[in-house]
Design a protein. Structure first.
Length: 174
């Protein structure tokens, strides 16, 4: 790999601006980002230059400015075809993203309704449990009263029907 001879940051910034000024209609850039060889500009080249000077580490600035250049000349047929396919794929991606956002909004709405319904269910369940506890308490009291009634009725019937019985309420063996 050959070593590039770089000027100062100021010299490289001036050369970069001069290259872009010579091709004001350029829409493709070499090395706009360090990991992409060529890409379509999404904003004016001057914005990228300013960004490099403001936000990139100083030791990277001269190289980035040296390599950030407009693509010149007609597009090769393969690149035109790939660009058209990219635009088509991008449009499909945008459409799919809109559908995803719509589905996400519907999901969020349904989730909010589910959470509301769940809160209502939990409230109703708490009320049901409270009512069940009250019923259980009342049932226990009824069971006790019924047992007393049954015992009292049985004792009365027993006394009438089983005279002189040794039963003391627990055993016949006293």
């Amino acid at each position: 790999m050959s070593k590039l001879k770089l000027g100062s940051i100021a010299d490289e910034a001036a050369a970069c601006r001069k290259a872009w000024a010579a091709h004001p209609k350029a829409i493709l850039a070499w090395h706009c980002h360090h990991e992409i060889l060529i890409e379509k500009l999404t904003e004016p080249a001057e914005n990228r230059i300013a960004y490099i000077l403001r936000d990139k580490p100083e030791h990277e600035q001269a190289l980035r400015l040296h390599l950030f250049r407009p693509f010149r000349g007609p597009l090769p047929a393969q690149l035109k075809k790939a660009t058209a396919e990219w635009h088509k794929a991008y449009a499909e991606r945008q459409k799919a993203d809109a559908e995803r956002q719509k589905a996400d909004a519907e999901w969020q709405k349904a989730d909010a309704e589910r959470q509301k319904a769940d809160a209502e269910w939990q409230k109703a369940d708490a009320e049901r449990q409270k009512a069940y506890a009250e019923w259980h308490k009342a049932d226990a009291e009824w069971q006790k009263a019924y047992a007393e009634w049954h015992k009292a009725g049985a004792v009365i019937a027993h006394k009438k029907q089983c005279k002189n019985c040794p039963w003391d309420g627990k055993t016949i063996f006293a």
